[in-house]
Design a protein. Structure first.
Length: 295
């Protein structure tokens, strides 16, 4: 593999050893990734959802300029490996809603974060075809009305959907084209959908530390809920869960992720992430990602 990385040493060797500054540049060419997604919804010690899904992504880098990076993500596989019998049909049904996003062309900012979707019209056209074909039998089902409305919104304007998705946030992490010094910590904000209280978004403080270790770049991301007033979620808990999982409501939601980049070539080698949302010890949801380069 030809070199796709520029590493800038300090002119003064002594200063270089002390400051350990470096710049990571975006890789060119095509890369493929295995992604394993594990979900567990636990209620009173019982796994209502316990699934593993195997995804294969192909990343095609089309263009790199001083201001933007143009890439495409093609989903080669999206397969449920195992799940609880009660949730098999639901998970297989949910995979239908991944079809419009099986091919996405993205404009990234120069740091590697998602800035725009370049084939939005194509994504929406695929959604409309789904409604005419695979989902046609649900057209008059009133229980599906909200799902169709949400689909119309998400697939006609999908940018926020990707920016609020932890998988895309970590895969397209803003670690490129900036001078970085070991142990630096950058703070951002992040918002994603609650898994326990659907339709409610949770704000997070996102902190990040980056370190260079020989020919590897190690990135640690931490997400912790920003909100301290959980009164609205408590009302939903008391309405939907209290009779099942008890009076206690002690909400928390956090995520920790570790990523490894190849320093000379600039590409992501591996990411492991774990998100845990808890209403209490009797009700929690765990989402885990393992992303690994296919060599």
């Amino acid at each position: 593999m030809s070199s796709r990385f520029k590493f800038f040493d300090e002119e003064n060797t002594k200063d270089s050893v002390q400051s350990s500054k470096f710049i990571l540049t975006y890789p060119l060419g095509k890369l493929r990734y295995n992604i394993l997604v594990s979900q567990n919804l636990n209620v009173n010690g019982r796994n209502f959802v316990n699934s593993r899904t195997h995804i294969i992504w192909s990343l095609i880098v089309e263009d790199v300029t001083s201001e933007n990076i143009i890439v495409a993500i093609k989903t080669e596989q999206n397969k449920v490996l195992n799940t609880t019998p009660d949730s098999t049909d639901l998970l297989n049904f949910s995979l239908i809603f991944n079809i419009p996003l099986e091919y996405i062309r993205l404009k990234l900012n120069k740091y590697g974060g998602i800035e725009d979707i370049m084939n939005q019209n194509e994504i929406f056209d695929k959604w409309r075809q789904l409604k005419k074909n695979e989902l046609l039998k649900y057209r008059d089902d009133m229980s599906m009305k909200g799902i169709f409305t949400a689909g119309d919104l998400e697939f006609s304007s999908s940018l926020k959907v990707l920016q609020q998705n932890i998988l895309y946030t970590l895969f397209f992490n803003d670690v490129y084209n900036k001078e970085i010094e070991n142990n630096i910590s950058n703070k951002h904000t992040f918002k994603t959908n609650s898994k326990l209280f659907q339709g409610n978004f949770i704000d997070f403080n996102h902190s990040q530390s980056i370190n260079k270790n020989d020919d590897k770049i190690n990135v640690n991301d931490s997400f912790l809920q920003k909100m301290t007033d959980f009164s609205n979620l408590k009302k939903l808990y008391e309405k939907d869960y209290k009779v099942i999982t008890g009076d206690n409501f002690s909400y928390s939601y956090g995520c920790n992720a570790t990523s490894i980049y190849e320093a000379k070539e600039g590409y992501l080698e591996k990411t492991t992430a774990r998100m845990e949302e808890k209403a209490n010890n009797a009700l929690f949801h765990i989402l885990q990602y393992q992303i690994e380069l296919i060599k």
